[in-house]
Write a protein that binds this ligand. Structure first.
Ligand SMILES: [Zn+2]
Length: 238
């Protein structure tokens, strides 16, 4: 709960900073070196909270999670600034770092797909952060990129705790009628994995147009430190 409030405050601060025109420092200085703890490659949870991992008892819609780190500063702060203050350069750096981790973990004919953003939210924010991340993931990993999905407008879930999120409906994310990924492995790119519901809905849409396997590449994973079992089992029941 406390962390949720902190996330909301961070976001409000970034929105205010954008409106007063604050300048940004160099992304590599703010983001620091790449450091990550060992994590579960199915759900993305950090190993020291792996007692919360229920991967053995559920069906995941993807085959693997690739991540840069846990959702905590400085990574979380950089992602919030990237999204809400249109800090393109930090998203570019995060995308490159993630792309280097993806490279070599997937076959060369894999396609990189960004998590779709509703057009109204895109227009309002002025940046599609997942598309920016996916662009540089594809570039660094040496893979093709395409946008076969579109998303209906729903209330944004960022900043809410896992249990406070509304369950995303399956028809929220759809594929374009002409989209076809038959037999292709896909890397699905998003900024943060929290309950996994959005990624699950997008994965189903990708499978419906023929994607053979789905690898999730996210900048950060929220670790379940509060009532994790409730959250995880609630998000993956069918
Ligand atoms: Zn796991």
């Amino acid at each position: 709960m406390k962390r949720t409030v902190m996330n909301c405050l961070d976001e409000l601060e970034e929105i205010a900073a954008y409106w007063i025109g604050r300048q940004f420092p160099r992304p590599d200085i703010v983001l620091g070196d790449e450091v990550d703890e060992p994590f579960c490659s199915w759900c993305g949870q950090t190993e020291d909270v792996l007692s919360f991992c229920t991967c053995g008892t559920r069906t995941l819609p993807w085959s693997r999670v690739i991540r840069l780190g846990s959702y905590k500063p400085p990574l979380s702060t950089c992602l919030i600034r990237g999204k809400y203050s249109r800090w393109y350069e930090v998203l570019e750096l995060i995308g490159h770092r993630l792309g280097r981790r993806v490279r070599g973990c997937v076959p060369p004919h894999t396609v990189v797909v960004p998590m779709p953003m509703p057009y109204l939210r895109w227009w309002f924010r002025g940046i599609n952060h997942s598309a920016v991340l996916a662009k540089y993931v594809a570039q660094s990993a040496g893979l093709q990129r395409c946008n076969p999905l579109l998303r209906k407008e729903t209330p944004p879930q960022a900043g809410l705790s896992a249990s406070g999120r509304t369950r995303l409906k399956i028809n929220t994310i759809r594929s374009f009628p002409w989209a076809n990924l038959r037999g292709k492995p896909v890397v699905l790119v998003d900024d943060v994995l929290t309950t996994g519901r959005t990624l699950e809905v997008a994965s189903k849409a990708l499978k419906s147009i023929g994607a053979s396997t789905i690898t999730v590449a996210v900048a950060a994973v929220t670790n379940y430190e509060e009532s994790p079992k409730k959250v995880i089992s609630a998000s993956f029941t069918h």
